[in-house]
Design a protein around this ligand. Structure first.
Ligand SMILES: Cc1cc2nc3c(=O)[nH]c(=O)nc-3n(C[C@H](O)[C@H](O)[C@H](O)COP(=O)(O)O)c2cc1C
Length: 188
């Protein structure tokens, strides 16, 4: 695809076909992720790949239950609750996706999170280029960073999950978003 087609055509996808992604395709998407720039070229990212709708849906259910519980005890979190539609029983936090990539850093470098975010964007654009839809699931990040979740997935306790991103073949590609008017402050 043309670069501008990729850029304009990437959307957060929340509905996926029941079709697995080949491991070679996931590999190609991660190959795109690691082309991102990083502070002093530190490349502090690692990728945990989880494949299979059922396995991912199991994680999704548990992450959602934890989040519902957490929000229930936090009176300031009503807006989060509403925004994430947590009250909708059949809403899947991970959207029944067939693949999940966790962008993880083991680095204590001050800019490792920023580096991982750039890798995540590169991954999402690389996926779009291959016809794969993605959605960054920030709401699931705290659950993936629980010690128990990390132990289950074999992620070292000292590591940090920066970006949980689901991937799959979309049921449809939504139209490109109309963005807010851009605030540019030209200093001449
Ligand atoms: C850091 C971050 C966290 C996000 N977390 C969620 C999330 O938890 N659930 C979700 O459905 N979408 C999530 N998104 C997707 C955004 O809602 C989406 O990018 C935004 O609405 C713009 O839409 P677009 O990606 O289709 O252009 C997240 C995106 C980013 C960058």
């Amino acid at each position: 695809m043309e670069f501008t087609e990729v850029l304009n055509g990437r959307r957060s996808i929340r509905s996926y076909q029941d079709k697995p992604i080949e491991t070679g395709t996931v590999q190609a998407v991660i190959d795109a992720a690691v082309l991102a720039p990083s502070a002093v070229n530190s490349q502090p990212w690692e990728f945990w790949v989880i494949l299979g709708r059922e396995r991912i849906e199991d994680l999704s259910r548990r992450a959602k239950a934890w989040l519902v519980e957490k929000v229930a005890h936090d009176p300031t979190a009503a807006a989060v609750h509403q925004r994430l539609h947590l009250a909708t029983p059949d809403l899947s936090l991970l959207y029944h996706a067939p693949a999940l990539v966790l962008v993880v850093t083991k680095s204590l470098g001050k800019q490792a999170d920023e580096d991982c975010c750039l890798a995540a964007l590169s991954l999402m654009l690389g996926a779009r280029n291959k016809g794969i839809g993605t959605c960054w699931i920030g709401s699931a990040r705290p659950w993936f960073n629980l010690a128990a979740t990390k132990t289950e997935l074999g992620i070292p306790e000292a590591a940090s999950v920066v970006a949980p991103i689901v991937l799959g073949y979309p049921t449809e590609w939504p139209e490109p978003h109309v963005r807010n008017p851009t605030n540019i402050h030209w200093i001449r």
